[in-house]
Design a protein. Structure first.
Length: 399
């Protein structure tokens, strides 16, 4: 249950609690577990820390477990056990949902340690809580980003986060480093510990920059000038560079691609940005600057998801691409998403009527885009259709 500030019960309430507990004991002895539970809930409503009420609840659960394993129970007792078991299940789901709401608020406030505790409790109550699982994944990505862990003290996490913001764009100015130093003193973090945290953050940022180069250009993109520029940007030593690069190469061998995404967009800057962002999130991305390029790709590759613009050379040819994707047996199971301006309501209505899976609004919120793609892949499952055989008559429509 979520923690609350508890006010001790008044004298008249204490007498009422005693009466409820005595009556609960009688009801438990007679096998009337549901009515006993109602009284125990009243006790906990007045005194949430009442150990006797908690003990009685555990006693009911123990008896239910023992009785469930016996044969020859009366119909009445079987029904009592069934109803109480269902009640307990609903209560756990409700408690889990409350903890998830608290965890979400903690995440928004930047209190990752509190969020971790609440999400862990929520999953213990309801292991199938999909929202809690998603939050745990989000939390893990945030912790990975800051090179920290949920066990970090609050002052360490705050300093680590500020160090990340200080270094993540480029080498910080003297003023920015001065702000970081002042925060270190305010948070009472020793110089040696602060230096180590900064080093971990810089190495993590350097590793992410190398990973993006790897996904975009492969090993041939690792030229000496590029490496030196990045090392200088993040203040990474040669020894740390070697350790980071070895770890990255090891990870790349074991890296699992989340899914294949075909991105079709005629604006080259937008296409490049989307491609780089998705590759940085472990998607295999095929970029096409026109409908023709997209169709050519579909002759040999079967994407899990198609992410397309709507207008090409002033015409809404994206809808024609969508119709082809849905009409072809080889691609009809691929999720189809349009990138469109948020104010383009008419286009959205048309797309929804046709069966378009989702609209991603421009300017693109990449957290929402990545979350949407992951969700579509999870819904899709492991099935992957064979590469399409494109009828020449359809292809000619776009040439």
């Amino acid at each position: 249950m979520p923690e609350k500030n508890v006010t001790p019960p008044a004298e008249n309430e204490k007498k009422q609690i005693t009466d409820w507990l005595l009556e609960s004991d009688k009801l438990i002895r007679s096998g009337r577990y549901l009515v006993a539970d109602e009284l125990l809930q009243k006790v906990l409503g007045v005194d949430p820390t009442n150990e006797n009420a908690r003990s009685y609840q555990e006693r009911i659960q123990f008896l239910i477990k023992q009785l469930s394993q016996r044969a020859g129970l009366s119909t009445e007792l079987q029904e009592e056990i069934r109803k109480y078991t269902e009640l307990l299940g609903r209560r756990k789901v409700s408690q889990s949902s409350s903890l998830v709401e608290m965890a979400q608020k903690s995440l928004e406030a930047g209190d990752l340690k509190r969020a971790f505790i609440d999400i862990t409790k929520a999953l213990a109550l309801d292991p199938e809580n999909s929202y809690a699982k998603a939050l745990m994944q989000q939390l893990a990505e945030l912790q990975k980003k800051h090179s920290g862990s949920p066990q970090d003290p609050e002052n360490v996490f705050k300093f680590r986060s500020f160090a990340w913001e200080t270094w993540h764009r480029s080498h910080p100015t003297e003023a920015q480093l001065g702000n970081l130093k002042r925060l270190q003193r305010q948070l009472a973090i020793p110089d040696e510990a602060a230096s180590q945290i900064e080093r971990e953050v810089r190495n993590r940022l350097y590793r992410d920059a190398l990973a993006e180069i790897w996904r975009s250009g492969g090993i041939s993109a690792f030229t000496l000038p590029v490496i030196d520029e990045l090392r200088n940007r993040y203040g990474v030593s040669k020894a740390d560079h070697q350790a980071v690069e070895m770890a990255l190469l090891k990870e790349s061998r074991n890296d699992r691609v989340r899914g294949t995404v075909l991105v079709v967009e005629e604006d080259e800057n937008s296409l490049l940005e989307v491609t780089q962002k998705l590759r940085a999130q472990s998607f295999a991305v095929i970029a096409a600057a026109s409908i023709e390029e997209g169709l050519s790709t579909l002759e040999t590759v079967s994407p899990d998801i198609v992410l397309s613009g709507i207008h090409f050379q002033g015409k809404p040819l994206g809808f024609d691409l969508f119709e082809f994707i849905r009409s072809s047996p080889a691609t009809r199971h691929a999720a189809f998403l349009f990138m469109a301006p948020a104010f383009d309501r008419t286009t959205r209505i048309i797309g929804k009527r046709l069966g378009v899976d989702e609209f991603i609004f421009k300017p693109i919120d990449y957290e929402i885009l990545v979350g949407t793609l992951i969700g579509k892949l999870m819904a899709k499952g492991s099935q992957k259709p064979l590469a399409p055989q494109m009828p020449s008559t359809i292809k000619r429509r776009f040439t």
